[in-house]
Design a protein around this ligand. Structure first.
Ligand code: MD6
Ligand code: FE
Length: 216
């Protein structure tokens, strides 16, 4: 193998992490500019906002959504809604580049029938983090979640079904896609605080998309 003197980015690959979680390295790196344009369009209609969780704490991550349903939280709880509570309008439709990516990634990970109807878009500034949680507002856990990372890298905390277990720390880079389902669907996970940096396409931010199938 030739010596890589120029630190070229890694080739796309599929890495099983635990049963039910596949890391598709660099899966959407080449599509990133069009994905980011689509995200900018969504955010111009439904802007990023820092939501309040039932405890009263304001999340450090900025969030918006596209698709038929969007994930929101306020003092009264977590839920999916058809309308953006900030604008009062329906969430923007899912851009075709996003819908198509979610389907291709799910297919590559062994979920060929997955089609997403809800996409949560997370914007992390430097220092933003997501504490350990389970994704359990979707009702039907037979569908996987497709999670796309763009911009600054992150340390993903991959736990188990038990909150008290120490999570594994997984470095996630620009263009990586995690597909998450089956026996792993309800495992605890989070994101460590984003460390300072600058990405050529997103500047001082990390963007994460989580595509789901939510019961209407
Ligand atoms: C993030 N992701 O990576 C947050 N949830 O910014 C999640 O919370 C997540 O990546 C379920 C499945 C995959 C995920
Ligand atoms: Fe999650």
């Amino acid at each position: 193998m030739p010596l890589n003197l120029f630190h070229e980015p890694p080739e796309p690959s599929i890495e099983p992490l635990v049963d039910g979680v596949a890391l598709l390295r660099a899966f959407c790196r080449d599509d990133a500019p069009i994905l980011l344009d689509s995200i900018t369009n969504v955010a111009s209609a439904s802007p990023f906002r820092q939501m309040v969780v039932p405890s009263g704490h304001t999340m450090s991550v900025g969030m918006t959504n596209c698709g038929d349903l969007g994930w929101t939280t306020d003092r009264t709880g977590y839920r999916y809604t058809a309308h953006d509570p900030v604008t009062g309008k329906p969430w923007p439709p899912m851009p075709s580049a996003l819908l198509d990516l979610a389907q291709r990634a799910a297919n590559a990970a062994g979920f060929p029938t997955f089609t997403s109807n809800a996409c949560l878009i997370n914007q992390y500034a430097i220092g933003a983090r997501l504490s350990l949680h389970q994704d359990k507002n979707e009702q039907d856990y037979t569908h996987p979640i497709v999670s796309v990372s763009l911009g600054l890298p992150a340390t993903f905390l991959l736990g188990t079904l038990h909150r008290s277990d120490t999570p594994r720390r997984i470095r996630i880079e620009h263009g990586d896609v995690l597909v998450w389902g089956g026996p792993a669907r309800l495992i605890y996970h989070g994101v460590a605080p984003i460390t300072a940096g600058e990405h050529p396409l997103t500047g001082p931010f990390r963007i994460n998309l989580t595509f789901r199938r939510v019961a209407i």
